[in-house]
Structure formats: structure tokens, C-alpha cells
Design a protein. Structure first.
Length: 191
């Protein structure tokens, strides 16, 4: 069964009984768990208990061998988000799925959903993350880099700091004086 077919049969999730749960899975198997879980839901005729199953990803731009490549990167490696109605049967269906190690939060026998506020905040962050494409730094502090875009294009400098927001502070020489400039990861490449 294709993902499109399983996607169509899941419930709408409009009921307040639907809550978001976070499931820990073996890292690297997130997409396989997503597919397997959807198939199990359909096979066990439990589609009305599940509204959404997500492996949030974002596009990132990385310089690979001097060329920009867009890749998918998981927001939460090792985790799958599930909007579902928790019952004894749905709990067993999820926890007994191959490569799932358990629910996050609550007790071993009684998982806790994330709060509505946390869910709203998380889905808003995910939506924002999907709108932007981020670059991945392929350099470290102290590395020499060349500016390839913007007003400082062709300048060579040294990386002073790397932020987690896709920015890098580079010390370049302007008129013979060292000057720090803040640039996007995509504006520089390692020399």
C-alpha cells in the first residue's frame, strides 16, 4: 500500500480526544517506522484513532566538494510524532511496531501526550522550518573561508564563530584592517 493511500484513510483529527505523542525510534529508521505504522493502522482497521504521523524534515543546503546540494535533514532524529486517540489497542499497536523503542513522557504503561501549548508551538516551529531552507556549516572555527556571495565576495577570512541560526562570523581584511562580518553559511566556502 502506498503512502498516499494510507494518508487518505487517517482520521481528520478535529476531535479534542486526539492528542500529540512523541515516540522514540531507532535512529535512521524514522521513515520506515512511519510507513510500517501507517500500514499497521490500516491492516488493524484503526484509522479513526490516528490523525497524523510525522517525521518532520527540513531542506538544508550543504557545500559538498565545492558544490551546493540540497538535502533533507530530520528536525528530531530518532523521533516520530503521532496525533492519535490513546486507547489500550492503539497503545499496543504503536509500541509493538518494529523499530519503536517506546513513548516519550508518562510512565512505561501510560504515555503522556504533549500539552496543547507545546503541540501548537511545535507545529508552528515546524511550519516555519519548512518555509526556509537552512545551510549546514562544513567548516569550523579557525578555518579559512572564501566569501562567495554578497558585498564581500572574493574576500578570504578566518571563521571566528558559528551560530546555530545559519550564520557565521568571519574576520576579513578590509583596507588592511581585520574586520568581523556576519554572513550566512551559504555565502562562504572552505578554502
Amino acid at each position: 500500500m502506498t503512502d498516499a493511500n494510507t494518508e487518505r484513510v487517517l482520521a481528520t483529527g478535529d476531535s479534542p480526544d486526539f492528542k500529540w505523542y512523541i515516540v522514540h525510534v531507532l535512529s535512521g529508521f524514522e521513515n520506515r517506522v512511519l510507513k510500517t505504522l501507517k500500514e499497521r493502522i490500516v491492516n488493524h482497521n484503526m484509522t479513526e484513532y490516528f490523525a497524523e504521523i510525522m517525521v518532520p524534515e527540513e531542506s538544508v543546503v550543504a557545500n559538498v566538494n565545492g558544490k551546493k546540494r540540497t538535502m533533507k535533514k530530520k528536525f528530531f532524529p530518532g523521533y516520530v510524532l503521532i496525533k492519535m486517540i490513546m486507547t489500550e489497542k492503539t497503545w499496543h499497536l504503536v509500541k509493538d511496531t518494529d523499530k519503536i523503542t517506546g513513548f516519550i513522557g508518562g510512565t512505561k504503561d501510560k504515555p503522556m501526550p504533549i500539552s496543547d501549548e507545546e503541540a501548537a508551538s511545535m507545529t508552528a516551529s515546524l511550519a516555519e522550518g519548512f518555509k526556509r531552507t537552512r545551510s549546514v556549516a562544513n567548516f569550523s572555527e579557525g578555518d579559512s573561508v572564501k566569501v562567495i556571495e554578497g558585498p564581500f565576495a572574493s574576500f578570504v577570512g578566518v571563521v571566528e564563530a558559528i551560530s546555530d541560526k545559519g550564520k557565521v562570523k568571519v574576520q576579513v581584511s578590509i583596507f588592511g584592517r581585520p574586520t568581523p562580518v556576519e554572513l550566512e553559511f551559504s555565502q562562504v566556502e572552505k578554502v
